[in-house]
Design a protein around this ligand. Sequence first.
Ligand code: MLT
Length: 327
Amino acid sequence: MKIVVADKFERVGLDGLAAIGCNVTNAPETPADGLAAVVNDARAEVLVVRSKKVTALSIEGMRGVRLIIRAGAGYDNIDLNAATAAGIAVANCPGMNAVAVAELAIGHLINLDRRIPEQTIAAREGKWDKKEFGRTGTGGARGLKGSTLGVVGCGAIGRAVIKRALAFEMRVIAWSRSITKDHAKDLGAEWGGNDTPALHTLASVCDAISIHLPGASDTKHLIGREFLSKMKPGAYLVNTSRGSVIDEAALRDAMVSKGIRAGLDVFENQPAEPQGAWTCQTAKLSGVSITHHSGAGTEQAQNAVAEEVVRIVRVLKETGTIENRVN
Ligand code: MLT
């Protein structure tokens, strides 16, 4: 089976695909608009991508591809409708990087409370400031123990965040479109409801909120002006899911007007390519902790994702079945 891997992919995945008899074209530098050409040249049946955008135009130009595998959980970088219309299956690797993303979400939470990025910047600028960073009161560190964390979205990542927050002795309220009272209780959390009014109530009672929703039309700007207006002044907002979920201009206004602190791994205007110039208006504000959509970027997570990709291809080769199909 011929496979094109069009993003950086762990060695264990490349070796694993070769070991099950695949002929792999490893082409991480392929530009998004060159995907169809690379796939067609390689006569590939399977395309593996991580961050690369697979547009309708690319899909329409592909010949012979049966399956596109997203080496990660979310698949909003792949035009699902176009793939379905072209008879191409799309599969993902859910849960494989959940712990890594949850660890980063908790990292942002601690960053926001203890202002670690600002302390680092001050040191880099040649300043010792125990007075500022060791103070309490408005703008100071509060401590996480006993504070209330709202977890929005309770898939594998949200659940991993709940587990870690409970270890920090936080009170956790869980909201998702489908979570039941029993499920929340099993997770050790309080039930935060399933609808938008309940989401806004959650905003009003939490000291910190962590977002774990997929990027989709029904989650776009779900965290918008109304939600932000309900948040407590000085509360913390962490987003390691998708940039589209938060109205970032509204967030900046809330950061300035009511001291919301934001820990962000994803952005509305983040580059599609893994490296390049980027202007982030939100990063210029104080009370911010920024990472570069690197939530899933641990060795453990990337190896687990790569092994899952190999498993999906092996099952396809052996049985013709597409595991984790999303369309
Ligand atoms: C995901 O959807 O799992 C993450 O965005 C993964 C990644 O950054 O590769």
